[in-house]
Write a protein that binds this ligand. Sequence first.
Ligand SMILES: CC(C)(COP(=O)(O)OP(=O)(O)OC[C@H]1O[C@@H](n2cnc3c(N)ncnc32)[C@H](O)[C@@H]1OP(=O)(O)O)[C@@H](O)C(=O)NCCC(=O)NCCS
Length: 192
Amino acid sequence: MPAVVPVGRLAAGPQPVLVLTGGLELRPWRLDDADADALHTAGRDPAISHWNLFTVGSRAEARARIERLHARRRDETGVIWAVAPRGGAAVGLAGLNDVDLAGGTAEVVYWVLPEARGGGLAVAATRRLVRWALSDLGLHRLVLCHSTANPASCRVAEKAGFTFEGTQRSALLHADGWHDQHLHARVAGDPE
Ligand SMILES: CC(C)(COP(=O)(O)OP(=O)(O)OC[C@H]1O[C@@H](n2cnc3c(N)ncnc32)[C@H](O)[C@@H]1OP(=O)(O)O)[C@@H](O)C(=O)NCCC(=O)NCCS
């Protein structure tokens, strides 16, 4: 079987900037103080550290994490954007983890800083990156998973056009123990 997406396509060229409405965009994470501080803040937010399973102890650790994000695109195992106002610091993150170019699959991930929540940012960012992943990169299937105790994430999945495919039992280990998770997916050709 030929690869669904040829090896090398994700790492080729610079990471694109994906424009959103309202002066916002998805753009690569920067190694500057503003983005490092945004990531550090996210790592201390109780909801983000709980649901996205990460903590960031310092600005230096945040920079190292940003470097690893870029390395993952070079390795073609992930591609992660900052969600930000044009010219401003990151207020959220959206992207693809567990990219399998040969198999044509990836997992969508996101978070939004508390002050930027509730305005449709996660839905807009997810829709935009899904369009890029399926139409431009050429992946076939994207999954989106969240704990059943995280209804906000479920709503984002539904509004971004992901079909609910079922509940996986005891599938996610969070700080408070094992959680059941919802599996949602978008497949190439699904309606937006
Ligand atoms: C989940 C998260 C990314 C949503 O970001 P956001 O930019 O506020 O999302 P949006 O504004 O695009 O949409 C959120 C939707 O969820 C709904 N929502 C928010 N809290 C909710 C709750 N507790 N129960 C049900 N729905 C909820 C909102 O009303 C909105 O739906 P609506 O537009 O139909 O009213 C953000 O809350 C977050 O970062 N949470 C902490 C980390 C996290 O959960 N990450 C995802 C891990 S899978």
